[in-house]
Design a protein around this ligand. Sequence first.
Ligand code: GLN
Length: 452
Amino acid sequence: AHLDRIGAVDERVHAFLHVDGDGALAAAADVDAKRVAGEPLGPLAGVPIAVKDVLATKGVPTTAGSKILEGWRPPYDATIVRRLREAGLIVLGKTNMDEFAMGSSTEYSAYGPTRNPWDLDRIPGGSGGGSAAAVAGYEAPLAIGTDTGGSIRQPGAVTGTVGAKPTYGGTSRYGLIAFSSSLDTPGPCARTVEDAALLHAVIGGHDPRDSTSIPAPVPPVVEAARQGASGDLSGVRVGLVRQFSGEGAEPGVLAAYREAVDALVKLGAEVIEVSCPHFEYALPAYYLIAPSEASSNLARYDGVRYGLRVGDDGAHSLEEVMSLTRDAGFGPEVKRRIILGTFALSSGYYDAYYGQAQKVRTLISRDFAASFEQVDVLVAPTTPFVAFPFGSRTGDPYQMYLADLFTIPSNLYGGPAISVPCGLSEGLPVGLQVMAPTMADDRMYRVGAALE
Ligand code: GLN
């Protein structure tokens, strides 16, 4: 049924870069055989899922939205993908994204943008717009995204779906095409908070193949989502971050946010205002740290090891082949980040830029730690604006970067954060973000589920 739905709508939505119909049907038959044989099946066995094209899928094309990886078929599955398959989920295919997960609209995909099912003339968010649109457009009940600065939560917010960024290190990066290794975090996209928690429980947990994976069990996210669904938040202390709720957000977004806060109070939560004094430095710090790590991570696309190779005709030197390949294979936003990151890491500038940004990161982490001494969770709008029309923010990179103004701080800190739908502005969905301390992912599921 989902393959039929994809066939019917994806020409317009373009959520998928690759649909693996045969693979999906074979996997479904496999699960069904187990069911018939009476073998034990997990709670999500047989449920179809879409996977962001930044995760390696064995034998199935994996491009990260870039021409430089066109035609690459990984020889292995990412840990997340392996866990999906082992739990009996049916991988439908790979979803569209901004090239190398850099962007907030999918307009930077080398394969054309994804459209928002709410309004086909508007962006579905990014970088994981394909995963969010697949879920919003009923092409898949679940999807996997990755969040480095907001790429699960912001697409969730603008498509009226749920997107959760787990604690950094709570989900494996093995087989994830690296953008910014100290920030990259895979997580669930779903239509309900409980669905997201069920998926989180399948993909999360320690992975010895990822050196930054946390050696601890997944927090009790499913139980927390079910507890929250009862609608009782008495005893829960909710922090409103002063700096997150004023400047920069559209009035309609702020109105929906305030209504969500009122709803939390009605459910019994105690609301306390807290402060994140270094908030204003989060975006600039992110746009030094993430490009710096990207400039290093993307050095491996040299025309030798993967996908595209240009100029290999005997008339060019090795260095020329590398430079021709990188010039043809990377889009303008990726080049901008490589140049910025290379500059920030270069000798003589390192302390002034990368070093300073790392210090800001520490200060923001301290702001969060201090807040979490007073409250259990923090809430904020997920993103300052509703789904915007195509082309309206591509002229000035900074306008695009602003989409992640409210999501970036929790990436710098490393804690979990979820976006849940909280009403409409101008007929378009708005998301409420719930942030929690590291490894307290269960708290955000509880509060998120209470709002549904
Ligand atoms: N929009 C942010 C960026 O362009 C976040 C991307 C992400 O989370 N992958 O870097």
